[in-house]
Design a protein around this ligand. Structure first.
Ligand SMILES: Cc1cc2nc3c(=O)[nH]c(=O)nc-3n(C[C@H](O)[C@H](O)[C@H](O)COP(=O)(O)OP(=O)(O)OC[C@H]3O[C@@H](n4cnc5c(N)ncnc54)[C@H](O)[C@@H]3O)c2cc1C
Length: 429
């Protein structure tokens, strides 16, 4: 077959069943493709941290038909406070100032979002848990495709493969090379885990800042437990493997040993937590997100880090755009992958840039800077310019959340709810 002829892609293997993977599967099924999702974990991974859905991603969720369910699972946070070494409240801020939120923004636990997406797709999409891609070989005969060898030993052929397997994407490593070529450490680490809610928080986050470090405990709607979150600056990357939990606990403990407030007790819970997350706050920056019949999606392609607060939105929007472009191009992946990338890139860049600024805000470096910050926290709610400052933060976040414009793709032909009116500016496909 000549390289210019094209056979429409139909079968798509997606690696990763968190946010980007199931969202893509939902859209692909609606457009008449046959998606299969492979997930390394033995079952859908529950829990996690709270994630925001803003701007373009809200409309994407409405079109997926999951917005009401997302809202029913809202964290419903009321606000937060900063406390000093003795646990005394320095100042309280409402949710709109704290998170730069506008009324229509949504926030829910990552695990709840993954479950909503999984429940919406499980009847129509093949899910393979407890397995992973071991090898990928592109072939050209019979119109072309990819031979996939799974860890389980199964060998299957697919027209396309999508890596939606996160910051440490295995698909990316197999096809594009070592992670170190694409990952940029932003100089800080983040850790979060579930622990007893001994502070009795109710939809509230409590922060404590130390030089170069930040601790936050929060409890969201419907949760009996709390989440303990730690951020600390570390210009150099720490030596450990991303699956070595023991080393991660050690690094976390070392970073916060000697800290006041509730820190010793909070750290104590890290030892028992079975969902401890610990990772570098990092960006993934790549020149290309596709190679042949393999394409990357979500954090695997362009992680914007937890500091941006936009990774989930970008993953959802990217899934919508990739599926829409594949449908629009009649399954011609060469055209679709180009358009998907061209459409997503400027918005991704903007969000990654925002993350770089926010990391520095999360880990204020010196005692006097913290004092200044606390003075602001204490006085801001009482000042007449409170709304101006809140607006400035909100405007920056909202601009980033709307940085990928919404495209109207042709209505899918396959079954499934396709809500469709839009109140936001759209770009005609
Ligand atoms: C602490 C923290 C706070 C965050 N806060 C926010 C926030 O407020 N707002 C926001 O928008 N985003 C936030 N994020 C980022 C957000 O979680 C990610 O951007 C989003 O989950 C990306 O989705 P994804 O599906 O691309 O990747 P992931 O959610 O990372 O999912 C990847 C999936 O691939 C699976 N996988 C991995 N390797 C393999 C393999 N070899 N084979 C098969 N499957 C594999 C994993 O098990 C996982 O299910 C936060 C992240 C963290 C860590």
């Amino acid at each position: 077959m000549s390289s210019t002829t094209h056979t429409a892609a139909k079968t798509v293997l997606i690696s990763g069943a968190s946010v980007a993977g199931p969202a893509l599967a939902l859209w692909l099924h609606r457009y008449g493709f046959t998606p299969t999702v492979v997930e390394r974990a033995p079952e859908l991974r529950p829990g996690g941290y709270k994630v925001d859905i803003r701007g373009t991603a809200i409309e994407v969720c409405r079109r997926m038909g999951i917005l009401d369910e997302i809202r029913a699972n809202s964290t419903d946070m009321r606000g937060g406070s900063y406390v000093d070494d003795h646990g005394r409240t320095i100042g309280e801020l409402p949710a709109d100032i704290f998170g730069g939120r506008v009324e229509e923004d949504d926030e829910l636990m990552r695990g709840d979002l993954a479950r909503i997406l999984y429940d919406r797709t499980r009847a129509d999409v093949e899910y393979l848990f407890d397995d992973s891609i071991a090898a990928l070989d592109e072939y050209t005969e019979d119109g072309g495709g990819v031979t996939v060898t799974f860890e389980s030993g199964t060998v299957r052929r697919f027209d396309l493969v999508v890596g939606a397997d996160g910051l440490h994407s295995h698909t990316r490593r197999l096809v594009f090379g070592e992670e170190s070529r694409f990952k940029r450490h932003l100089g800080a680490y983040i850790s979060i885990f579930t622990a007893p809610n001994h502070l009795g928080l109710d939809r509230w986050e409590t922060y404590h800042a130390l030089p170069g470090k930040l601790v936050c405990v929060y409890s969201s709607a419907g949760e009996t437990d709390a989440k303990n979150l730690f951020v600390f600056s570390s210009p150099e990357e720490l030596p450990y493997h991303h699956r070595d939990i023991t080393a991660q606990r050690r690094h976390l403990t070392e970073a916060f040993t000697g800290g006041g407030w509730e820190i010793p007790r909070l750290l104590g819970h890290a030892a028992d937590a079975d969902d401890l997350y610990f990772d570098s706050i990092a960006l993934i920056e790549m020149d290309r997100w596709s190679k042949g019949r393999v394409v990357l999606l979500g954090d695997a392609a362009h992680c914007s880090s937890p500091a941006s607060g936009q990774g989930t939105g970008l993953a959802l929007t990217g899934a919508y755009v990739l599926a829409g472009e594949l449908a629009r191009a009649g399954g011609d992946h060469r055209v679709a992958f180009e358009r998907y990338e061209a459409h997503m890139r400027p918005g991704v860049k903007r969000n990654q840039k925002m993350a770089e600024g926010f990391v520095k805000e999360m880990t204020v470096g010196s005692k006097w800077k913290i004092k200044l910050r606390m003075l602001m926290v204490r006085t801001l709610p009482k000042t007449p310019w409170k709304n101006l400052i809140a607006k400035k933060i909100r405007d920056e976040i909202q601009a980033a959340a709307n940085a990928v414009p919404l495209v109207d793709y042709a209505a899918p032909t396959a079954p499934g709810p396709t809500a469709g009116t839009t109140a936001r500016p759209t770009v005609a496909a």
